[in-house]
Structures are given as structure tokens and as C-alpha cells.
Ligand binder design. Structure first.
Ligand SMILES: Nc1ncnc2c1ncn2[C@@H]1O[C@H](COP(=O)(O)OP(=O)(O)OP(=O)(O)O)[C@@H](O)[C@H]1O
Ligand SMILES: CC(C)(CO)[C@@H](O)C(=O)[O-]
Ligand code: BAL
Length: 284
């Protein structure tokens, strides 16, 4: 498996691939890989001749009091996992090369609706989505993939990338992959590593709450405020602290109307040192 630290090495390799007429699929990650990431790599193989994964803990998407320094960095173990699924190349740049003019550079990418108005993220993680759209644009410029693969676990992120790629005419197909879960229903996530054994037994309540609301919507419940409140109470009573529960139209993520058939329920909650995210989407 090839490992590129330097942007110049990556660019040279990319040119050679193009000359060979090979297509390229890209899996962006922040490392500390688990079965969710590995599923993305396996899916990526279905769409292109060659698969490249990036490992980059992007400073721009972390808030001031977030876990940038504590974020788990496990490069050697990550490479072993990637080799085992025939990932061809790893892009592992340093922050100075990705941000040559620092984090206060004048140019950034923002998808305003997602960055500012959705799902409480604007209040809980200001600047987070601007950091994601900016770094994903940089990574796309560097890697120049034909296809890029993202997890549905980060539902708003996936919607944001799809909107950005369409708005900016980026010639990249975006593939979403279903969330990989523990047997308990808990969505796999790098930050689950922050949970104690005791907290891990509480964490599945987030997914249980989503399924409760899903079932109620399928049974014809239309009092969305009451359903969001019910789920919030369920999560809080289990010992987590709800950030938000929102029942939305699946593509636009607007509040739902009777005409909407595709629904997503999004939730985030704090537990110990972790902030857990989950969602379920379905047709009614
Ligand atoms: N359980 C999962 N199933 C499928 N895809 C996932 C899962 N967890 C993460 N991904 C996807 O992997 C990609 C990289 O995510 P990232 O490296 O941030 O991992 P993470 O587990 O989401 O980490 P964190 O706990 O920091 O949110 C993203 O596209 C993300 O949606
Ligand atoms: C897409 C991403 C790699 C950008 O840093 C990150 O937000 C993630 O891991 O989901
Ligand atoms: N998986 C999303 C990356 C983040 O929370 O910063």
C-alpha cells in the first residue's frame, strides 16, 4: 500500500493514474479506523479501479474547546486495517501543507443553509461545517477522485457535500453508505472510544429513541413537537444529555409537511466525554 505525506507525491501519482486510464475512488477520514470506515473502503472498490483513503485530523472543523489534541491518532493500526481490504493508497498529509496560509486564510467554502440553520449544529459547533466543506474541497482538489464515499452516520455532512458538489460543478460522484452499528444498535464512531464500559451500556438509548419516533411516525403520529419531546425525555432518562432530536424531510432537512414522504430523524447527545450522533431515514 502506498503512503503519501507530500502533496507533490500525491499529484504525481494522480497524473500517472490518469495516463493509465484508471478511475479513482476516495474515502476521506480522520483516522482511528473502525468497521464503519472499512465498509466505506469496501464500497469504494465497487466504483473505481483504485481506492485512496485520507487520514487527516482537520483542525478547521474543531471548535476551540473541542477534542483536537485528544482525538485518537492510530496511524499504524489504521494502515493494517486498510491493507486488509486492499486499499491502494493512503494520503496522510500534515496540517502545514493542507493549510499553507494557516487557518485564518482568506478563502474558505461554506454551504450556508447547512452551516447556519440546521439541527442545532450552528449553536453547538459553530464553524464546524465550514471546516468540513473547506477541507473536503481541498482534499478533492488534491486527490481529484472520480467518486467519493461518505457515511450516512454523518447525515448532515453527506447532504452538505452533495449540495456543495452540485453547486460548484465538481465532477465527482458522491456515494452514501449505510451506518455500521454495534449489535446494541449504537452507531460505530471513533469517539465511542471515549466512553467508559458503563457509558457504553447507556449509549444505545440514542438509537432506541430514534426507532421509537420512527415507529410512531409510521403508525400515523403527526404531532412532531410531541415526538421530538418524547425522544428527548427517553434519551435524557437513559443518562445522556440530548443536544437535539429533529424529524425532518430527508433531502432538504426542512420541517416536515403532510406531503413529505421521505423522512429523516436526526439526533445528537452528550455522554461522558463523547458527543454521539445518529439518524434513521425511511419512507412513510
Ligand atoms: N458507523 C459508521 N458507518 C458508516 N460510515 C461511518 C461510520 N462512522 C463514520 N463513518 C464515516 O466515515 C467517514 C470518516 O468519519 P470520521 O473519521 O469522522 O469517523 P467517525 O467515527 O465519524 O469519527 P467521530 O467519532 O469523530 O465522528 C465519514 O464519511 C463518516 O460518515
Ligand atoms: C469528511 C471529513 C474527513 C473531513 O475532515 C470528516 O468530517 C469526517 O471524518 O467525517
Ligand atoms: N465524523 C464527523 C467529524 C467530526 O465530528 O468532526
Amino acid at each position: 500500500m502506498l503512503v503519501f505525506n507530500q502533496l507533490s507525491e500525491l499529484r504525481q501519482w494522480r497524473k500517472e493514474l490518469a495516463l493509465q486510464g484508471k478511475s479513482l475512488a476516495f474515502v476521506p477520514t480522520m483516522g482511528n479506523l473502525h468497521e464503519g470506515h472499512i465498509k466505506l473502503v469496501e464500497e469504494a472498490h465497487k466504483y473505481a479501479d483504485v481506492v485512496i483513503t485520507s487520514i487527516f485530523v482537520n483542525p478547521m472543523q474543531f471548535g476551540q474547546n473541542e477534542d483536537l489534541d485528544a482525538y485518537p491518532r492510530t496511524f499504524t493500526a489504521d494502515c493494517d486495517k486498510l491493507k486488509a481490504v486492499n486499499n491502494h493508497a493512503v494520503f496522510y498529509p500534515n496540517a502545514k501543507e493542507v493549510y499553507p496560509n494557516g487557518l485564518d486564510a482568506q478563502t474558505y467554502v461554506e454551504v450556508p443553509d447547512t452551516a447556519h440553520s440546521l439541527c442545532g449544529e450552528a449553536t453547538q459547533r459553530p464553524g464546524h461545517f465550514r471546516g468540513v466543506s473547506t477541507v473536503v474541497t481541498k482534499l478533492f482538489n488534491l486527490v481529484q477522485p472520480d467518486v467519493a464515499v461518505f457515511g450516512e452516520k454523518d447525515y448532515q455532512q453527506l447532504r452538505l457535500i452533495k449540495t456543495m458538489v452540485a453547486d460548484l460543478n465538481m465532477p465527482i460522484e458522491i456515494i452514501g453508505v449505510e451506518t455500521v452499528r454495534e449489535e446494541s444498535g449504537l452507531a460505530k464512531s471513533s469517539r465511542n472510544g471515549y466512553l467508559t464500559a458503563q457509558e457504553k451500556t447507556l449509549a444505545p438509548a440514542l438509537n432506541q429513541a430514534l426507532n421509537l419516533v420512527k415507529q410512531a411516525v409510521l403508525n400515523g403520529s403527526s404531532d412532531i413537537d410531541a415526538l421530538e419531546k418524547l425522544a428527548t425525555e427517553f434519551i435524557d432518562e437513559a443518562g445522556l444529555k440530548t443536544d437535539y432530536v429533529l424529524v425532518r424531510e430527508a433531502t432538504t432537512m426542512e420541517p416536515i409537511a403532510d406531503s413529505h414522504k421521505e423522512i429523516v430523524i436526526l439526533a445528537a447527545a452528550y455522554l461522558g466525554k463523547a458527543r454521539l450522533l445518529d439518524n434513521v431515514s425511511f419512507k412513510r
